[in-house]
Design a protein around this ligand. Structure first.
Ligand SMILES: Nc1ncnc2c1ncn2[C@@H]1O[C@H](COP(=O)(O)OP(=O)(O)O)[C@@H](O)[C@H]1O
Ligand SMILES: [Mg+2]
Length: 313
């Protein structure tokens, strides 16, 4: 069949020699034997590049990062090209066969010309697209999760306690801060003030999360509050098992410089079960909680314990 094709193509070359407008046509046809395998190889490389990029995008999405639009556009164009190139390659043997059977000027020859042109163009498109797909980064960190500002009353005489707590927050040696005091002394008010201060004071935290942890909240409820803040979708995620939710929360938080503010923590809440990672000095994250009990501060590993006392006025 190789000889048959060579003979046919040789004849066509002879006929077409000197006819510039037709020379291009003959070229597409002559080169089919080379361009088809080259297209197969290029298709394989494009598929590999698409798969690698898609895995990176999947990973980024798991981390709740938003893939760049140009990356998504590249992937969808790659998808279309792959389908088109697969079709051309599948049609290849039939086209080559027709070329061997028909002569120049025959219906088959015209169809082979069209086919050869498509193959050459597709090859060029794939090469260009592969080159355009060299992305350094596939996704950007979501804009620093803006702090959800909570309504606050004008706190009376809390300024000195706020300052004390804030100086612990900026202290890189302190990861866990416990604010303790009797019911009604102003702990929630203080924590609200701190939460809101993150939105007005420059800082390099990536996410600031508030969660109420009162006695009637079970682990699942606390996780839902944290998950909602982290952007986990409402419906499907809430139906997950607590262990799986903990894994999800842990995975996101351990990759971020976070501040978790827990209001009204009590002894039986196991923070590991919730999925909150221990703030480590290297990542500078902070866990700040209020509690009625000094013992809870010790139990939860607070490096700084601040007594919130009754109104100072
Ligand atoms: N320093 C303060 N300034 C203004 N209102 C306060 C202050 N401390 C407490 N309150 C008020 O007292 C009530 C109880 O305060 P809250 O912060 O909920 O106390 P806790 O969380 O310690 O139980 C709330 O109505 C709150 O508005
Ligand atoms: Mg409170």
């Amino acid at each position: 069949m190789g000889n048959c094709c060579s003979l046919q193509i040789g004849l066509e070359n002879f006929i077409l020699r000197g006819l510039d407008s037709i020379a291009g046509h003959a070229n597409y046809v002559c080169k089919l034997q080379q361009t088809l395998p080259t297209l197969s190889a290029a298709l394989q490389e494009l598929r590999a590049q698409r798969n690698d990029l898609q895995s990176q995008v999947d990973l980024a999405e798991q981390r709740l990062l938003r893939p760049f639009e140009q990356v998504q556009l590249w992937l969808s164009k790659a998808e279309t090209m792959i389908t088109e190139a697969e079709k051309l390659i599948a049609d290849g043997p039939q086209q080559m066969n027709n070329l061997c059977l028909g002569g120049c000027g025959s219906k088959n020859y015209l169809s082979s010309y069209k086919f050869g042109k498509k193959v050459a163009e597709m090859l060029q498109e794939i090469r260009d697209h592969k080159r355009d797909g060299a992305f350094e980064k596939v996704a950007e960190n979501q804009p620093a999760a803006s702090v959800v500002v909570r309504p606050e009353e004008q706190p009376i005489a809390l300024e000195s306690t706020i300052q004390k707590a804030w100086s612990c927050i900026v202290d890189k040696d302190v990861g866990i801060i416990g604010l303790y005091g009797l019911g009604g002394v102003g702990k929630t008010t203080l924590l609200t003030k701190l939460n809101n201060k993150f939105s007005t004071t420059p800082n390099d935290f990536e996410v600031v999360i508030w969660a109420l942890v009162s006695k009637d909240s079970d682990v699942g409820k606390i996780q839902d509050r944290i998950g909602g803040n982290l952007g986990f979708p409402d419906g499907s995620w809430k139906n997950k098992h607590v262990d799986q939710k903990a894994v999800d929360i842990y995975r996101i938080l351990s990759n971020k410089r976070f501040v978790v503010l827990l209001d009204d923590l009590w002894e039986r809440v196991d923070l590991n079960q919730v999925g909150i990672p221990k703030p480590r000095q290297e990542n500078g994250s902070k866990l700040i909680f209020t509690t009625r009990s000094l013992e809870v501060c010790g139990e939860k590993g607070a490096q700084k314990k601040i007594n919130v006392e009754c109104l100072e006025t």
